[in-house]
Design a protein around this ligand. Structure first.
Ligand code: ATP
Length: 272
């Protein structure tokens, strides 16, 4: 929640089963989970365990979900903060929040730290419209100091998410920092079908619901949009007094979500 600025080492019970599609990304993050579980296996031959990975992809594709699932699979605490939470802070506060986060994480290692929207603090000089440059730089510098300050066998893995890797300060991408990039793309037809399956589980649905058809009706939808469709459909059916959710409720829900996406794009596109 926005109130606390970061998740303080919560235990999560999300697993890879909750993340549909993203098969290649899952293979890559499973390797990282194994680093956390068996660090000695990897350092035995003199190798250095990576400190972090950058999850790159459009909004709502499951970057946060995947990071949480990693913590769930590794059974380690999950710390998170969002770059955009730092935008309105006074000078010096951002850096001290970062210091605080890493201090708490070190006490609870092994653990995962997740930084959402890292581009809000990690933009290259002069490219940030939201935050004063001094404050952004203080916060970014503190993040770099913290990342450099722990050994590769410390049991802390830092994940960060962005949909704008192109604007990131190159200091963040140097070896020993976020030197791995994992791309999280919008789902294809097959991926959408799997995401529907995950989000239809809690829904009381009619037996003849055609999940393949739902997937084919939703090109360009991210996982978050599909979750939204399933929820909307259930609410639409309930409003009509139905006891189960039917295909026409999904049709209406898809129309409604497409309408919402179009509005959002109209607002966003002039800036791009
Ligand atoms: P943002 O960049 O906007 O923070 P994100 O990529 O971190 O987005 P999430 O917050 O992980 O996206 O996704 C939002 C919600 O959408 C998830 O909690 C989940 O309900 C659903 N979702 C997204 N992707 C998937 C997926 N691959 N499988 C299952 N559910 C998904």
């Amino acid at each position: 929640s926005k109130a606390t600025l970061f998740d303080k080492g919560t235990r999560v019970n999300i697993t890879f089963n909750d993340v549909a599609g993203l098969d290649e990304a899952k293979v890559e993050v499973m390797e990282i989970v194994d680093f956390l579980k068996n660090p000695k296996k990897y350092t035995a031959l003199g190798g250095k365990i990576p400190k972090g990975a950058l999850l790159v992809g459009p909004p709502g594709t499951g970057k946060t979900l995947l990071a949480k699932a990693m913590a769930g699979e590794a059974q380690v605490p999950f710390f998170s903060m969002s770059g955009s939470d730092f935008v309105e802070l006074f000078v010096g506060v951002g850096a001290s929040r970062v210091r605080d986060l890493f201090k708490q994480a070190r006490e609870k290692a092994p653990c995962i730290i997740f930084i959402d929207e890292i581009d809000a603090i990690g933009r290259a000089r002069g490219k940030n419209v939201m935050m004063s440059n001094d404050e952004r730089e203080n916060t970014l510098n503190q993040l770099l100091v913290e990342m450099d300050g722990f050994g590769t066998d410390s049991g802390i893995i830092i994940l960060a998410a962005t949909n704008r890797p192109d604007v990131l300060d190159s200091a963040l991408l140097r070896p020993g920092r976020f030197d791995r990039q994992i791309s999280i793309d919008k789902p294809d037809l097959n991926g959408r079908e799997h995401i529907f399956e995950v989000h239809l589980k809690p829904i009381k649905k009619s037996a003849n619901l055609d999940i393949k058809k739902l997937a084919s009706m939703t090109p360009g939808f991210a996982g978050a949009d599909i979750a939204n469709v399933c929820n909307e459909a259930a609410l639409i059916a309930a409003r009509k007094g139905k006891t189960e959710v039917e295909m026409d409720d999904f049709n209406d829900a898809i129309d409604r979500v497409i309408g919402g996406l179009e509005k959002k794009n109209k607002i966003i596109s002039p800036e791009e």
